[in-house]
Each structure stands twice: as C-alpha cells, then as structure tokens.
Design a protein around this ligand. Structure first.
Ligand code: HEC
Ligand code: HEC
Length: 280
C-alpha cells in the first residue's frame, strides 16, 4: 500500500485525524439517537415560540467544540509548516522532476551545435515574441520594434532620430546628431565600434553618457560595445522596455520583461536568433 506511507508525518497526521473524526461522529450520532428516545417534554426549549412551536436548546456537543479548535490549530500548522512543498508529495515530486529536467536540458543545450541553438531560438521567437514583433520580426507595422533593422545602421539612425527610453536608464534625447554625422556614428556603432568612420562623433557626442569606449555608465546609459551582440538582447529581455510617451501612440505598449518566463537556455537561444535577423 504505497499511499499508506506512515513515515511521512503529514500522512500520519491525516490518518490520525480521519480516525478521530470517525470516532467523534459515531459518538455524537449515538448520543443523538439516545436523546431522541428521551421524553420530549423534559428537553429544555428556548423562549422563542411560534404558534406553540419552540426550538430545542441544544448546546454544541463538547466533542465538536474540541474538534473545531483542534482543526483550526491544525490548519494553521499545516499552512505555515506542514504543507509538504518540498517533502514527499505530488507537488514536491513535480518540483523535483522539473529541476532535474532543467538540469539535464542544460547539459544537452551546451552540447547543441549552433544551428540547433538557432532553431530553438526561432521556436522561442515564434511562441513568445512573434505576437508583438510579427512572424517576420518586422514589428507589425510599427506596433513593436522592427527587429530586422535593429542594430543595423538604419536601426541606430532610428534611435538617434526618435531617442530611446524604457530600458531602466534615463532617457536618451532625440536629435543629438543629424545628417552625415548621424550616419557616420551609426556606422561606427553598427560595426561593433570598430573603424575610424564616426569615431570622432562618438567621442564628442555619445561618450559622455555611453562611456569612452562604449562600455556604458552605470545608471546613466547602457553599454554600446555589446549593442550588436546577443548580450544586448539578453539585457532587453531581462529589463523589458517601456516605449516612450509619444511612441506609445503607435506601439503595442510595453515590452514585458522575460526574466521569469524564459530559462537561461531559451534566452540564449532567442538572443542568438534575433541577432541574426538584421538584414544589413
Ligand atoms: C544624455 C545621455 C546620452 C547621450 C549623449 C547618448 N545616449 Fe544613447 N542612450 C542613452 C540612454 C539613457 C539610453 C537607454 C535608453 C533606454 O532606456 O531605452 C541610450 C540608448 C542608446 C541606444 C540603444 C537604444 C535602443 O533602443 O536600442 C543606442 C543605439 C544609443 N543609445 C546610441 C547613441 C549614440 C550613437 C549616441 C551619440 C550620438 C548616443 N547614444 C548618445 C543616453 C545617451
Ligand atoms: C507585448 C509585446 C512584446 C512582446 C511579447 C515582445 N516584445 Fe520586444 N518590443 C516590444 C515593443 C513595443 C518594443 C519597442 C519598445 C521601444 O523601443 O520603445 C520592443 C523592443 C524590442 C527590442 C529592441 C530593444 C532595443 O532597445 O533596441 C528587442 C531586441 C526585442 N523587443 C526583442 C524581443 C524578443 C526577443 C521577444 C521575445 C522573447 C520580445 N521582444 C517580445 C514589444 C514586445
């Protein structure tokens, strides 16, 4: 009898409880039967009387009163201490199985080749991201960011033109640089901050917030030396991104944080996938 595992104190207590309840019910109902045989007139009635009919004055059987108090104490104990979340129980077993599965999956994922990781990333994308960004990742007519130009020159020009907000830093104002300077600095950032084109603009305009080498400034602005890499997407997934006040007119709304929704492997996979989407 697998279910009758008396070494588990929760089971043991439940069984003791069940036996006590059966005993009390038996005693009380026998008493009631006994009382039914006693002459009706000898029973005390309350003062309330309707057309000659009045109620019995039956005190609560002492066993019930005791059970009532004991059950309240048991319920508090069970709620605070006894609930077998991590002891043997179906929930504990489930939690353990999930943890085991995740650990095993992690091992497998590390051994995946790049293509399998990308495929997994694509699946995560279709499930979690496509509802807002679209199956083609083009942002469904501007309702969410177009990820096919994210991190490209066009995407960065867009940031420079419209500014950016919502990653948990302050706000990046729109229109810091325009025209050829904007194109140059966008090229510099899109190339992973390599090369000479745009370097001077970066140093004079962007470095104040984003750091001398684009390493970011804590609490002020994010790192841009990771901007073209999956690392940046991981950061966006951890923080979510709330669109700016004007942008919210056209976009779907806030991009939620996926911190508790996706496992580390899923985040890694989808970040790899998204960083391959840029067409330029
Ligand atoms: C006044 C400080 C400041 C300056 C100057 C600044 N930035 Fe930013 N930048 C920010 C902040 C703050 C964010 C993060 C905004 C957010 O929360 O979305 C940001 C984010 C970005 C992003 C990522 C935005 C996104 O939506 O993906 C890019 C790209 C960027 N900056 C490029 C630049 C470039 C290029 C320059 C120089 C022309 C520059 N920034 C100058 C403060 C600044
Ligand atoms: C509820 C809708 C929604 C979902 C779901 C969603 N996003 Fe977003 N995402 C947005 C919106 C809106 C923006 C634009 C926010 C802004 O820049 O103002 C955005 C922006 C982004 C950006 C650009 C960030 C930047 O700073 O340049 C990336 C990358 C991104 N999302 C990736 C993802 C990935 C990957 C997923 C799936 C795991 C996902 N998003 C799911 C709505 C969503």
């Amino acid at each position: 009898m697998k279910w009758l595992n008396l070494s588990d104190n929760v089971n043991l207590l439940s069984i003791i409880g069940a036996i006590v309840i059966i005993a009390v019910v038996l005693i009380v109902s026998l008493n009631v039967f006994k009382q039914m045989k006693i002459k009706k007139e000898s029973v005390e009635t309350s003062e309330h009387e309707w057309d000659g009919i009045s109620e019995y004055k039956n005190p609560l059987p002492i066993g019930w009163a005791v059970m009532f108090v004991v059950l309240i104490i048991f319920a508090i104990w069970y709620f605070l201490i006894g609930f077998p979340l991590n002891k043997y129980s179906s929930i504990g077993e489930y939690n353990e199985e999930v943890a085991n599965h995740n650990a095993k999956y992690k091992e497998k994922y590390i051994a995946f080749d790049d293509e399998s990781k990308l495929n997994m990333g694509r699946n995560v994308f279709l499930l979690h991201c496509a509802p807002c960004h679209g199956a083609e990742a083009t942002g469904i007519n501007g309702k969410a960011q177009d990820l096919t130009n994210w991190s490209s020159v066009a995407g960065i020009l867009d940031v420079l033109e419209n500014g950016s907000t919502g990653l948990g830093y302050g706000e990046m104002p729109a229109g810091l640089v325009e025209g050829d300077d904007a194109k140059a600095v966008a090229t510099y950032v899109a190339n992973g901050m390599q090369g000479e084109v745009g370097k001077d603009v970066f140093e004079t305009t962007c470095a104040a917030c984003h750091g001398e080498n684009g390493e970011g400034t804590e609490g002020v602005a994010p790192a841009l030396n990771i901007y073209t890499k999956p690392d940046f997407i991981k950061m966006v997934l951890a923080s979510g991104k709330i669109a700016s006040a004007d942008a919210s007119v056209k976009v779907i709304g806030a991009m939620p944080s996926f911190k508790s929704m996706l496992s580390d492997e899923q985040v890694d996979a989808v970040a790899r996938y998204v960083s391959t989407l840029s067409k330029e």
